[in-house]
Design a protein around this ligand. Structure first.
Ligand code: AMP
Ligand code: MG
Length: 340
């Protein structure tokens, strides 16, 4: 009897201590013009992640005068570090594969519009045409680590930088004892393992909320994932309004104006942070018809959730069972359409 009591006691103690071992901590810091949030059950020291984000920003930002990209843009030619070069090469490859919907050579155009400066400046047609002449991604020359831009071109990696850094931060944070990790930066989230709340409820994964593009204070739905990246692009992220018109930060490199899209937000779910970030920007620019064609071409391995301007939600089949729509969200229709 005494032995049975001991066994029962051990079992109860084990159950208690198992649910007590979840020690999640979190941090928040500012980098790449937005807040980075990290939650994990690692050792609670986030220095490596934070240092990485700051170093990375110092290398890649087009607005930090000492960065590799700022030097390249200023001098027209520069020898880049392996890492920065690989990001540029991958971005140029995606530009080719998306027929310029994603274009990392829009720096002159981004500078002209300067959407987040608060100036609310709408350039005239002539200025836009001049800027557009300097965006031909096929003309970037790469010899070894040396990159040369055609005269007048500037690189803008704003559409991929957060996604790339996100993947690195998730890798850094989870390298330690295979931690359960969630990192978010701007419209990008990367996860490994499970959240504390889900584990306590014997469930797996992290619940990743997708912002409702019609009301930033609520979610259009929630995705539950144990591994991967979610990158979301939408006009609602950065914009200004002038004379009743909205001018946002995602440009159509064929017109030089903010992309006219029937997509309110494009979310890409995949296993590559840079690719997901670039593709969400590209899908937004393409609009829903081209975005679906592009998905079916299978050039990249990804799932997507498109929230259209009319409130329809289109979702690819690989992710449909992991997504729960918020049927009470403003402007959202709850009968989801699945893309095969
Ligand atoms: P995201 O929020 O990831 O969609 O990226 C938007 C950012 O990417 C903008 O703030 C610009 O810096 C840059 N960008 C804007 N339009 C494009 C485009 N068509 N292709 C690539 N980058 C772009
Ligand atoms: Mg992007």
């Amino acid at each position: 009897m005494k032995r049975i009591c001991m066994i029962v006691l051990c079992f109860v103690l084990c159950l208690c201590s198992c649910s007590d071992v979840y020690r999640y901590t979190s941090t928040e810091f500012y980098s790449m013009t937005t807040f980075v949030n990290v939650i994990s059950d690692g050792d609670g020291n986030f220095d490596n992640v934070e240092n990485y984000a700051k170093d990375f920003e110092n290398r890649i930002s087009r607005t930090k005068s000492d960065s590799e990209i700022a030097r390249l843009n200023r001098d027209g030619s520069a020898v880049l570090s392996e890492d920065t070069l690989s990001i540029l090469k991958k971005s140029l490859e995606i530009a080719v594969n998306t027929d310029g919907a994603f274009n990392p050579c829009l720096g002159t155009l981004s500078e002209l519009w300067d959407i987040t400066s608060g100036k609310e400046y709408v350039p005239d047609k002539g200025e836009i045409e001049t800027a557009l002449k300097n965006t031909s991604y096929e003309e970037v020359k790469i010899e070894g680590n040396k990159v040369t831009l055609p005269k007048g071109m500037k690189i803008d990696l704003g559409g991929v930088a957060k996604g790339y850094a996100l993947q690195k931060m998730v890798e850094i944070e989870s390298s330690e004892k295979d931690a359960n990790v969630c990192v978010s930066i701007g419209g990008n989230v990367g996860v490994r393992g499970s959240s504390e709340a889900n584990r306590k409820n014997n469930k797996d994964g992290w619940n990743v909320g997708i912002t409702n593009p019609f009301d930033k204070n609520e979610l259009s739905g929630t995705l539950t994932l144990t591994k991967g990246f979610v990158s979301v692009s939408g006009a609602y992220e950065r914009f200004f309004e002038k004379d009743g018109k909205v001018y946002h930060h995602i440009f159509d490199s064929k017109t030089g104006y903010p992309a006219q899209s029937d997509i309110a937000s494009a979310a890409v779910i995949n296993n590559d942070g840079l690719e997901g970030d670039a593709l969400s920007t590209a899908l937004f620019v393409m609009g829903s018809i081209k975005a679906i064609e592009f998905y079916k071409e299978n050039k990249y391995n990804f799932d997507m959730i498109l929230v259209l301007d009319d409130g329809d939600i289109l979702i690819t089949k690989g992710i449909k069972d992991k997504f729960t729509v918020n049927s009470s969200a403003k402007g959202i229709k709850s009968d989801i359409k699945v893309i095969d």
